[in-house]
Write a protein that binds this ligand. Structure first.
Ligand SMILES: Cc1cc2nc3c(=O)[nH]c(=O)nc-3n(C[C@H](O)[C@H](O)[C@H](O)COP(=O)(O)OP(=O)(O)OC[C@H]3O[C@@H](n4cnc5c(N)ncnc54)[C@H](O)[C@@H]3O)c2cc1C
Length: 310
């Protein structure tokens, strides 16, 4: 119930306007968002890098409906990639295709992605295409493949959501193609025909998909997996599979979100694994923040405590 309500609120325009205007919201959001500016994001990245953590930077924003807005988001990513290069931080970029105009047209989105990937290639960097709701899954994978053929596996990768029933077939294909994927459980509200409704089913599918990917033939074809999860069971299953199959720690990575389980993040680094932290920044933090609340009821308690403090 709570999850559905929060996911609904994450897309509700009025709720967004009210929440973003509240004086307390900035302080609350700081737990999950590096700041509103690129300077703040780079400072957070430097601090994480100093502790041995890798970073992926996300300029917050989703669903733009005009070419002008899509161009603005594109420019933000071009600036981000330049800034990563100049400041020599260890970071790549994550983005959403709806930010770059997927709702305007696939062609607009593709043109913007080409500008961004040309910049990534110039700097020898990598861009991860986040996965959004099922309204976009097919188009996202199609555009990913077009771009991967024009650029390189080293410049672009995509995300697979373990809650989707279709993901096993996607993962088998992507592994054979040598794709760099991030595997996550999935953060949107989806109908049971498309997504497993029960947590135990999603968890079992996560392990199944990870095991398909963390496989010598797939790795030999260049496949790479970022196991994105805060769930100790998923982390242990990934570590166990890699150990049993003698897969070196540098052939895959773990990923977690900024502000969630930072001590566990550090522990994983100390055990010799790669850990990449997803660091969002920018003014459009509302839907991202609401999805993080939806993932964990305890976060709503945290929100209410802060509301009462004001
Ligand atoms: C790096 C990264 C990138 C992602 N990219 C995408 C994407 O492109 N598309 C997409 O749909 N989803 C994305 N997600 C979100 C993901 O799909 C899940 O919604 C989210 O990670 C929660 O699932 P979990 O694997 O952590 O397991 P869960 O079973 O949800 O959680 C396991 C434990 O982790 C902790 N935890 C989890 N979430 C939170 C939270 N919000 N606050 C505090 N503690 C928490 C709790 O201790 C919880 O018991 C991403 C997640 C990560 C880590």
């Amino acid at each position: 119930m709570m999850r559905s309500l929060l996911l609904f609120l994450s897309t509700a325009k009025l709720a967004r306007r009210v929440f973003m205007a509240m004086p307390f919201s900035g302080r609350l959001v700081r737990r999950f968002v590096a700041g509103e500016s690129l300077d703040e994001a780079i400072a957070v990245t430097q601090a994480l890098n100093a502790k041995g953590l890798l970073v992926t930077l996300d300029h917050l924003g989703e669903n733009v409906f005009t070419e002008a807005d899509a161009n603005k988001a594109t420019q933000a990513y071009l600036d981000l990639l330049d800034r990563i290069a100049v400041s020599k931080v260890n970071a790549n970029a994550s983005l959403k295709l709806t930010q770059l105009g997927l709702d305007v047209s696939e062609e607009v989105c593709l043109q913007n992605m080409r500008r961004i990937l040309s910049k990534a290639k110039e700097h020898g960097n990598f861009v991860r295409i986040d996965m959004e709701s099922t309204a976009y899954t097919e188009r996202t994978l199609r555009l990913y493949r077009t771009l991967r053929d024009e650029y390189d596996f080293r410049n672009v990768g995509v995300v697979i959501q373990a809650y989707l029933r279709r993901s096993e077939s996607d993962v088998r294909q992507l592994a054979a193609e040598g794709t760099n994927i991030r595997l996550c459980k999935g953060a949107y509200m989806e109908p049971p025909e498309l997504a497993f409704p029960e947590k135990f089913e999603v968890d079992a599918n996560y392990v199944r998909l990870m095991q398909i990917y963390l496989d010598q033939p797939a790795l030999n074809s260049g496949a790479y997996i970022g196991a994105a999860t805060h769930d100790d069971k998923m982390i242990a299953a990934t570590q166990q599979t890699a150990t049993e199959r003698a897969i070196p720690k540098e052939r895959f990575e773990f990923q977690m979100l900024y502000g969630i389980r930072p001590q566990r993040q550090q522990q994983i680094v100390n055990e010799g694994y790669k850990m990449r932290v997803y660091v969002p920044y920018g003014t459009e933090w509302y839907p991202y923040f609401m999805r993080r609340l939806a993932e964990r009821p305890a976060n709503v308690g945290f929100l209410l405590k802060n509301l009462l403090r004001d």
